[in-house]
Design a binder for this molecule. Structure first.
Ligand code: PBE
Length: 308
């Protein structure tokens, strides 16, 4: 179902992207038709990507999981995780696809790259990158007493991958603030389920913390709009996952709808779990992995070759 939805969204996202790509004015000609069919047998792909996984920000959960993956798979002996940024990873992926070159990136869903390009997750038989996960809502201790109205809305907040995806897609054409506003307007039935029968407040301040990735920009901004409609004055701060947990546990921030669990942010969860209140999942069905273009002749992490 997730797949279907992305396919549908893909038409628009793909269009947007081709505009972006066209705007870059690449004059490489028709690189897709190159017939330098690479040596895909033994070590071919591994050697071609120079035994390197193209990663994202150092503070991301997936970065730690990827390092662990390089340690735990014996066949990944000698491999490197090249940390950069999400934009850097996507840029490298786009460039590789344009030239039909091999690349292995750290990726996750929901993400628009899956609708824009034909990509696949490499199988992860050891499960070091995590299985299907949830995104949870976590609040500071004492929030229920101090802000029972916000607490109740946060506790009820639950939506589907299709919802978050539609915010992410419309944000490509505007901004996350705008996309969140429109989504809330257009989905009043769903929002009513979270706010029905809950009193309004008069300008009370609340601080949400979130992370920088697009899924979390979508959820953070939607929650901001919903709480603003309820009368709160909402600050939404974007910080690294470690700081999300630290600030909720320390009581500096009130709530987050960003943690990926049980694996991606599991180490932070374990570290601080005595010091926050977990209101459970607000979305289910996310996933991390090593991601490659479909045209690559490789299916599993275990098929990669060690560096000499
Ligand atoms: N992500 C997206 C984040 C969480 C959301 C998978 C890049 C991470 O790795 O921390």
């Amino acid at each position: 179902m997730l797949k279907l939805c992305w396919k549908r969204l893909g038409i628009v996202a793909g269009l947007l992207l081709s505009l972006v790509v066209a705007g870059c004015g690449s004059d490489n000609g028709d690189s897709a038709s190159s017939d330098e069919s690479s040596d895909k047998s033994s070590g071919g792909v591994s050697e071609e990507v120079d035994y390197t996984i193209t990663g994202i920000e150092p503070g991301a959960g997936i970065t730690e999981l990827s390092k662990k993956t390089l340690e735990e798979y014996e066949n990944l002996e000698g491999w490197t995780l090249q940390e950069s940024s999400t934009a850097g990873m996507i840029g490298a992926l786009q460039e590789a696809i344009q030239n039909e070159e091999p690349i292995i990136v750290t990726g996750w869903t929901p993400h628009w790259i899956f609708s824009a390009y034909d990509l696949k997750f490499l199988e992860d038989p050891k499960g070091t990158l995590g299985k299907t996960e949830n995104i949870n809502t976590i609040v500071r201790k004492g929030l229920e007493e101090d802000m029972p109205i916000a607490y109740q809305i946060l506790d009820r907040f639950h939506w589907e991958p299709e919802d978050i995806e539609s915010v992410m897609l419309s944000a490509q054409e505007s901004s996350y603030e705008e996309a969140a506003k429109s989504w809330v307007e257009e989905n009043s039935k769903k929002v009513d389920e979270w706010t029905k029968g809950v009193d309004k407040v008069d300008g009370k301040e609340i601080e949400l913390v979130s992370t920088l990735w697009e899924t979390e920009r979508a959820s953070g901004n939607v929650m901001k709009v919903v709480l603003e409609q309820q009368g709160y004055e909402v600050t939404l701060k974007t910080v690294a996952p470690a700081i999300v947990f630290q600030s909720i546990a320390g009581g500096d921030a009130d709530a987050t709808v960003a943690p990926w669990l049980p694996t991606t942010h599991g180490s932070f969860y374990e570290k601080y779990k005595e010091d926050f209140v977990d209101l459970g999942e607000n979305l289910t069905g996310t996933k991390n992995g090593f991601v490659v273009p479909e045209y690559m002749d490789i299916e599993s992490i275990k098929d990669l070759q060690p560096k000499e």
